[in-house]
Design a protein around this ligand. Structure first.
Ligand SMILES: [Zn+2]
Length: 380
């Protein structure tokens, strides 16, 4: 998702970004309102007025979507779960959490507040629609407000469908977690239920197409297919995440950090360099630290004809890296790195760099643990 997301800014200390796919759906909503909904509800207006209202409607819809995600994030923060950020895309959003809720009830609260927010917004818009209808307000405005009430209602209800990655799926997972005491089991069962729902939606879509409702049928099947693929990704991640949660950063990091002179050239490092490392600490001729350089960047410079460049030209200051503590687990490290996975993280203790973690360090630890667990399970 890395390069496809654009930062919007910060709201209430939360990092907000959106995915390019959102623009497509934004256009679709504005178009549907301008060409169909608004002309039907408030006939006789100019095309410009329809499009302006459609555009504003789409903007308000995404603001409502953002309110849904922000409610997840605020409750998560109140329950002691760090929030890495919110990404809006297509017709939904993702609130990325660093770490897991402490228990099933926290998980349920963090989840249920989203659909509740959407339903509350739907109710507010509905009441506003009634109030405005009694006043001399243009029909175009009341039609728009009425449509926003309906969109939020759909958003709230759709998100309660018990299929991961929808909120309903997460609620079901929390319920099973509460009943069985196992979070992973909850997620795995929710994934299975989600699959059944997805196939049902696809089947309904096909029936709808056969019955003549081409566009609505295609939409149902598309949503079913989307839930199916998103759910299976979630299912695969459960096992890996559970494994990574058990490994502290200190066990996976490369330490001690390899420190080399910053006046070495790219060519010198590639040909006769010291011990291979994914990240090198640099020092200047006076012995003072002068930043870090990733081996990937050195290799890049080398192949791009920069073999004579000094390492100090490629250096990145410590502050530019994601920093973790030795006791952070690898799953938290992965969430923190997010789209910057290739850069790796610095492991800091008492203000000093005690090790480095690259994506390959994390992958290696996960693979080793899987082998170990696999061997363990085969024992009678
Ligand atoms: Zn939600």
């Amino acid at each position: 998702m890395g390069n496809q997301t654009i930062r919007l800014g910060r709201i209430l200390g939360l990092e907000i970004s959106f995915n390019w796919s959102l623009l497509l759906f934004f256009g679709l909503i504005a178009w549907t309102m301008a060409s169909d909904v608004l002309p039907a509800g408030a006939p006789g207006q100019s095309t410009v007025a329809y499009w302006a209202a459609g555009f504003i409607g789409a903007l308000v819809f995404y603001a409502c979507l953002l309110a849904h995600e922000i409610s997840h994030a605020l409750v998560a923060r109140a329950k002691g779960v760090k929030v890495a950020g919110i990404t809006l895309w297509l017709f939904g959003g993702v609130t990325r959490l660093e770490g897991e809720p402490k228990g099933a009830s926290d998980q349920a609260l963090i989840t249920v507040v989203g659909p509740l927010t959407s339903l509350a917004l739907a109710g507010l818009a509905y009441l506003l629609d009634i109030a405005l209808s009694a006043l001399p307000v243009p029909l175009l405005v009341t039609t728009l407000v009425g449509w926003l009430a309906l969109l939020n209602l759909v958003l709230g209800v759709f998100n309660l469908v018990p299929a991961l990655p929808l909120d309903g799926g997460r609620l079901l997972g929390a319920l099973i977690w509460w009943r069985t005491g196992s979070q992973d089991r909850g997620i795995r069962n929710a994934v299975t239920v989600g699959k059944v729902f997805s196939f049902l939606l696809i089947g309904l879509g096909v029936l709808e197409v056969v019955a003549g409702g081409f566009i609505s049928g295609i939409w149902l099947a598309f949503i079913g297919w989307f839930l199916l693929s998103a759910g299976s990704v979630e299912g695969r991640q459960v096992g890996v995440r559970a494994r990574l949660r058990r490994i502290p950063a200190s066990a996976a990091m490369a330490a001690p950090v390899v420190t080399i002179p910053d006046w070495l050239t790219v060519g010198q490092l590639l040909e006769s360099g010291p011990r291979r490392s994914s990240l090198y600490a640099l020092h200047d001729p006076a012995g003072q630290p002068s930043g870090f350089v990733a081996f990937g960047r050195v290799l890049e410079a080398g192949t791009a004809g920069g073999r004579d460049r000094r390492l100090r030209e490629l250096a990145t200051p410590i502050s530019a890296f994601v920093q973790v503590s030795p006791t952070d687990d690898l799953e938290a490290v992965l969430v923190r790195l997010g789209p910057r996975l290739e850069e790796g993280a610095l492991v800091m203790e008492h203000g000093e760099v005690v090790g480095t973690i690259s994506s390959s360090d994390i992958a290696r630890m996960a693979a080793e643990l899987q082998l170990f667990e696999g061997g363990d399970r085969r024992r009678p």
